[in-house]
Design a binder for this molecule. Structure first.
Ligand SMILES: Nc1ncnc2c1ncn2[C@@H]1O[C@H](COP(=O)(O)OP(=O)(O)OP(=O)(O)O)[C@@H](O)[C@H]1O
Ligand SMILES: [Mg+2]
Length: 367
């Protein structure tokens, strides 16, 4: 997929702007505080009705404005005609989304049409953050590739809430009986989620290893999956065995909601072993591989939003990463204070580059 036109109004310091990005690399340059990250945030909102910076979407609405909106024309889907997508956020935080002029109640519809991978300083959380970030990473591809995955995940979470409520407030005498239908439901969903994740990782792991080898030739990378419970038994059994403990703590401790992706180097946590720049290369490899997988399975190209590329990478690693981005053939938006090193790396394909400069939220095209 690619965005052929984007119109933004009232997003942080961006008053009103219309841009025609190119299908390849789009570089957005500007001084600190000029609106580079705000632009990426607008694109992210277009693809998810969420911000990558804040859970309170209303804070993206420009001070003094009633609402913010982003509207995009999208090409490259199954149908040859372009599609449109728009998200409006009111200053009270109300979000309205439309696709092809029809209201969209569930923002996953937006994400499904416009697959976006973001790389910014928070991407390091994939290595040094809580397991939640690595679960989100695994689930991104499964959401896009496995039709039923989201439904099982939604059902699992609904069941988990009910089970936890019963663990806390249910009557002790009838607890087992009351839990039984939820344990059944949780088990069906957990076994399915687990199987899909494991199958996905069997495909993903060698791709990660190869990509990392190409980007940062340090041997010994290992990727493994922790399912979140003792998976030598069925989840239903695991729930039964840990009932007393779960009741004592008041929530369900084990399950796919506690799974993790363990990334190691020579058997040690990769984050403890790699330098900051090498870690950045690894998280970039992880992100690129997801896009490659999506492209191979659905034929869709992922859109990459990269905030402040130069930070943490030396010239050689920037060159390697840019050439890998080129290989992905997806549309790319990169922000940087200075564009010299990016344009140089792409000079042989100038027609696929657009360079925009932003000042006080106003964009002008340089190349
Ligand atoms: N709700 C808002 N209304 C108006 N302006 C805002 C709002 N939120 C943030 N801003 C301003 O928007 C400007 C652009 O911020 P942004 O993060 O996009 O800058 P940037 O170009 O990415 O800078 P840097 O190079 O420092 O990362 C900042 O000056 C910020 O103070
Ligand atoms: Mg910024």
């Amino acid at each position: 997929m690619r965005i052929s036109k984007v119109t933004i109004s009232g997003v942080r310091n961006i008053g009103s702007s219309e841009l025609m990005p190119c299908p390849g690399l789009n570089v957005i340059t500007g001084d600190n505080g000029s609106g580079k990250t705000s632009f990426l945030e607008a694109l992210f909102i277009l693809g998810s009705a969420r911000s990558f910076r804040t859970s309170s979407l209303k804070s993206v609405v420009s001070t003094g404005e009633q609402n913010a909106w982003v509207f995009g024309e999208i090409e490259g889907g199954f149908c040859s005609a372009s599609q449109t997508q728009g998200v409006e956020v009111s200053s009270r935080g109300k979000v309205r989304a439309r696709q092809n002029s029809v209201s969209v109640a569930n923002s996953s519809v937006l994400a499904y049409t416009l697959p976006i991978q973001l790389i910014n300083s928070d991407t390091f959380l994939l290595l040094d953050g809580s397991p939640k970030f690595r679960r989100q990473y695994m689930d991104w591809a499964l959401f896009h590739v496995e039709q039923n995955y989201s439904e099982y995940w939604r059902r699992f979470n609904r069941g988990l809430k009910q089970r936890n409520r019963l663990l806390r407030y249910g009557k002790l005498a009838s607890l087992k009986q009351e839990l039984q239908p939820w344990d059944e439901e949780l088990s069906v969903c957990a076994m399915k989620i687990d199987r899909l994740r494991k199958t996905h990782l069997v495909e993903l792991t060698p791709l990660i290893e190869t990509k990392f080898e190409q980007m940062c030739p340090i041997p010994g990378l290992g990727v493994s999956y922790k399912p979140g419970w003792d998976d030598s038994i069925e989840y239903k059994e695991s729930l039964a065995l840990s009932l007393e403990r779960d009741r004592a703590v008041g929530y369900t401790k084990d399950g796919p909601h506690r799974s993790d992706l363990v990334i190691t180097l020579d058997g040690l946590p990769a984050v403890d072993r790699l330098s900051r720049g090498q870690s950045k290369m690894l998280v970039c490899a992880l992100k690129l591989v997801q896009g490659d997988m999506l492209s191979a399975s659905r034929g869709y190209k992922t859109i990459y939003l990269i905030d402040d590329l130069p930070s943490e990478l030396d010239a050689e690693n920037r060159r390697i990463f840019l050439s890998q981005l080129k290989l992905s053939q997806g549309q790319v938006f990169i922000t940087a204070v200075d564009d010299d090193f990016i344009v140089e790396a792409y000079t042989e394909e100038r027609e696929k580059i657009a360079v925009f400069h932003v000042e006080h939220g106003v964009f002008s095209r340089l190349v």
